[in-house]
Design a protein around this ligand. Structure first.
Ligand code: NAD
Length: 309
């Protein structure tokens, strides 16, 4: 039996984690927003003589996400009290708090190894009744939780929000082989009635439903662009507003999603579809990988196909 969802923990405070936390806070659910200690000090932190162990540094990623949410979302769009319901913190410092929440949402990088390791750590503090879900774009729910105990796996499922979580109505719920169907039904009802989402129940297949189609279309567009010698601007001109999709121009979307995340998502289908002919369609172009190596990740790094102004 699950508990009513009154308190949540969101792990990973990037594009999606911060957006999901904001959406939860906005419907009145207090949540922890946790992230790892940044790998390096900023120039300013170094100049102040701080170390990676200093609380301000340990909390920097999650605290920055909350500060950004406050700045970029005016009160008419978000309940004024929303930000106060989010407690940013460092994952290592707050891991034990997992035992006190009703829903833990994993929203870290799209990497099976990282997600598996995180779930092991979550399981150590998890209490039966608490739902644990992943926001993965398409990594197998069963593969992610294969090493976890059966009781934990019964409480584990995919809850795939779309970007931006506040505005995108679609949410895929993905049960694994062992997920309790009663918990899936409860989560569906919660997401529809409390979070205002339109829920699609998806199967645990590579990239589920919407991203399998979306990634396919995006990669086909990139191949056509290369073959036809079109520019980024030309492709955006014909793939967004011109088609009546104001927010979905190809390269604007890639910058919003994160180019690194898109490459992980494409690679995941490539690695996991058994059909050789289908694999071909999911080869991420080398040009995207070079942008990632250069640190041009899209809006989150300030530069992708477009420079963020
Ligand atoms: P992101 O790169 O913006 O953020 C990832 C965050 O996870 C970073 O803040 C990073 O520091 C943190 N992190 C990494 N390892 C961690 C760990 N072990 N513990 C705690 N925090 C850790 O990525 P994102 O775009 O927010 O994507 C997160 C998840 O959501 C991925 O699984 C992705 O596939 C999925 N998703 C992304 C989108 C999108 O449009 N970007 C849409 C739907 C789903």
């Amino acid at each position: 039996m699950s508990k009513p969802i009154r308190k949540a923990a969101v792990i990973g405070s990037g594009i999606m984690g911060s957006g999901i936390a904001a959406h939860l806070a906005n419907v009145g659910i207090p949540c922890l927003l946790l992230d790892v200690t940044p790998a390096q000090l900023t120039e300013e932190e170094a100049a102040r003589g701080l170390t990676l162990e200093h609380p301000a540094v340990r909390n920097r990623l999650a605290a920055a996400a909350v500060a950004k949410l406050k700045k970029t979302n005016p009160p008419p769009l978000y309940d004024e009290a929303f930000a106060e319901r989010i407690t940013p913190g460092n994952l290592d410092d707050h891991l034990a708090s997992i035992g006190e929440v009703d829903w833990v949402i994993e929203v870290v990088v799209e990497n099976l190894g990282v997600k598996r390791e995180l779930l092991s750590r979550v399981e150590r503090y998890w209490k039966p009744g608490t739902i644990v879900s992943s926001n993965t774009s398409g990594i197998s729910i069963d593969a992610m939780s294969a090493h976890c105990g059966e009781a934990f796996r019964r409480h584990f499922m995919g809850t795939h929000f779309f970007n931006p979580p506040r505005y995108m109505k679609l949410l895929e719920i993905v049960p694994g082989r062992d997920t309790s169907l009663e918990l899936v039904a409860r989560m569906k009802s919660f997401c529809e009635n409390t979070l205002g989402k339109g829920v699609v129940l998806a199967k645990d297949t590579p990239n589920f439903v919407a991203n399998r189609i979306g990634t396919f279309g995006m990669l086909a567009t990139l191949r056509e662009m290369e073959a036809g010698g079109f520019t980024v601007e030309e492709i955006d001109a014909v793939s967004g507003p011109a088609l009546g999709r104001p927010k979905s121009a190809t390269f604007r979307t890639l910058d919003l999603v994160g180019i690194d995340t898109f490459v992980y998502v494409a690679d995941n289908v490539y690695d996991n579809v058994p059909d050789e002919a289908e694999k071909e369609a999911f080869i991420a172009p080398e040009a995207l990988k070079r942008l990632v190596e250069r640190g041009w990740l899209g809006e989150k790094s300030g530069q992708g196909f477009y420079r963020k102004t």
